[in-house]
Design a protein around this ligand. Sequence first.
Ligand code: PMP
Ligand code: GLU
Length: 391
Amino acid sequence: MRIETRLAARLKNVSPSTTLAITSKAKKLKAEGKDVVNFAAGEPDFDTPDFIKTAAIEAIDSGFTKYTPSTGTPELKQLISKKFKKDNDLDYQPEQIVVSCGAKHSIFNTLMVLVNPGDEVLIPSPYWVSYPEMVRLCEGTPRFIRTQEKDNFRVTPKELEKHISGKTKVFILNSPSNPTGSVYKLAELKEIARICAEKKVLVVSDEIYEKLIYGGLRHESIAGISEAIYNLCVTVNGMSKSYSMTGWRIGYLGAPKDIAEAISRLQDHSTSNPTSIAQKAAAAALEAPDDFSKKLCQEFQKRRDYCASRLKAIKKITFVPPQGAFYIFCDISDTGLDSNTFASRLLEERFVALIPGDGFGRDDYIRISFATGLDQIKKGMDRLEDWLNKL
Ligand code: PMP
Ligand code: GLU
């Protein structure tokens, strides 16, 4: 069998994840003893809180190590239902909730049950690397809506409307955004909700960074805006970013019953339940007061401010200060380098790892993550500044 016919066609146009590839390259260099400053990380650098780990250890000790219902334990789904009400004022009953192996899995499952071959999925650009690839895996067509730095990389209602065609099935919204850190205002979401409801476009709202939001801004969930949009919306969230639980792989979604039920069938025949032990850990996290993510947010705000003050002093880079998440998306067009050359030279010449904007749809940008300690940030900024001055 010829090698090019051995693999299914659906994988042909799917690229590897740049974020995961560079993050593991940086970790590998560090393990080899290189003094790497890691601005590539897509995960909080804090350890998972002890009380969460203890719940997992107790789960193992008490033999909670078997299959659970495919969509998650009743206990965890009840807690997620309460969380949606408390934090987002959203009413999702346990049967509308599916717990999966990370928010990435929740989004993938959602697209799998919604997208038919040839359907178009609207994705604001810059975008998180995995959205277009997931759409391709579902044999749909990603259609990008290029956002502008002057709009803080938020889609304007006019642009959204312009991109909706007869083939548009889904719009992916990500606020706070990876990689730009932009946060949509309620008034903007209302307009987006009105347009999507009018044109019957389904919305996947990826709210994984909801707790990491700065300067007193408030996270708003689009599903809460009207009954019409609630019935078209899947709200995705997870434990990774708010509780430093990236490796535990617990994500979840709230959806209209028919969509949740379809995802449940998909999960029955693919992964079954996410790990029983991690579900116990997630339940402990959701049951506790929100102290950890508040502290995380305060710490990230300090780092964001420090990074912004340093980057402002660097002539060849411009950026919009992020309002949420833990990334700064920087315009590098004045350096004359494309994003991959910029990132690989910086890593090779100064051991600073960051992610080229190419994977996010903008080759004239790079992404700096401030999910690393202030001492590391200072060291990395010193190296970046010196390298750029000598470029
Ligand atoms: N959405 C966005 C925008 C992300 O940055 C991430 C981080 N990997 C995810 C979803 C998925 O997170 P996880 O699968 O770890 O829950
Ligand atoms: N979402 C993170 C990032 O953008 C983690 C890596 C990934 O899953 O893509 O870096």
